[in-house]
Ligand binder design. Structure first.
Ligand code: PXL
Length: 280
């Protein structure tokens, strides 16, 4: 069985980060190990939350895995909370990357033109320079890409394909082999992903109808699914399409649930659909 390690926080309630990655990756038939970087009662979009930093656990866990000969087919990082964590994660890549280990980085730290609580533009630049630079694949949204590059942020409807390609070139320039922008809209009523394979110089894209609703954690649903699909042997473009279709289905189902939460999507209800998408 393939094995992923996901490095990000546990928001105990909130449907994001590890409480999304674990069930989705497991459902896809891939083992999901984890390095919890912090424990929060709820994610930071809530008005108040507890936050217990687990930075001091990263190196001992890493060393224990080395001692025990534990190896990973992919390292998947999400929300990281401090400059020190960026450095430790970068070192983790060096210590655990084998010849065939995929490094997938979702620099989860911003959306809709704004950084999440507690982050600064300097932190975003460091996420780009220290962590994304070592990745095989990164999948920021447009806000995250703009902050990492110190580029102008443009809203939906006020950018064109040239802007998207410029951001992608910038992201590849950070060192990431392949860069994928999420939440890209080039035509009214459409939303999707637009990527650059830095090794071949080719662009690719995949669009769905735009669902006019925003929930936290959808980026984590997307990234977890994309990594899971890649480890199921799907090529990158197909893995991204599966991740996009499943995320959209989860959002639509959530809206259809009269008692739905504001803070996350009901991705659990669409797991049978996800398995069908990957032929399981
Ligand atoms: O990826 C979303 C996310 C993950 N983890 C924490 C968050 C958020 C979004 O706000 O606050 C702690």
């Amino acid at each position: 069985m393939k094995r992923i390690v996901s490095i990000q926080d546990i928001s105990c309630v909130g449907k994001c980060s590890l409480t999304v990655a674990l069930p989705i990756i497991s459902a896809m038939g891939v083992e999901c190990g984890l390095v919890p970087t912090a424990v929060l009662s709820v994610h930071t979009a809530f008005d108040s939350f507890t936050f217990d930093d687990l930075t001091d656990q990263i190196e001992p866990i890493s060393k224990s895995w080395k001692d025990n000969g534990v190896k990973f087919d992919a390292i998947y990082t999400g929300y990281l909370g401090s400059f020190e964590q960026l450095e430790l994660v970068s070192r983790f890549f060096d210590d655990h990357k084998g010849d065939d280990t995929l490094i997938f980085v979702d620099p989860a730290m911003a959306d809709n033109g704004a950084l999440y609580k507690g982050f600064t533009p300097e932190f975003a630049r460091a996420m780009g320079a220290v962590v994304c630079s070592k990745a095989d694949i990164i999948d920021p949204n447009i806000t995250e890409a703009a902050f990492m590059l110190g580029a102008e942020y443009r809203e939906e409807g006020s950018y064109d394909e040239g802007y998207v390609r410029e951001l992608l070139q910038g992201l590849h320039g950070l060192g990431a082999k392949k860069a994928v922008l999420t939440g890209v809209s080039l035509k009214e009523g459409e939303c999707g992903v637009y990527g650059l394979d830095g090794e071949t110089g080719e662009y690719f894209s995949y669009f769905n109808e735009l669902v006019d609703a925003r929930f936290h954690g959808t980026g984590d649903v997307f990234s977890s699914t994309a990594v899971g699909a890649l480890l199921n042997g799907l090529p990158l473009e197909r893995a991204l399409a599966v991740a996009a279709d499943y995320t959209v289905a989860s959002i639509k189902t959530t809206i259809g649930h009269a008692d739905h939460n504001w803070y996350g999507v009901d991705f659990e209800a669409e797991i049978p659909y996800l398995l069908k998408l990957i032929g399981k």
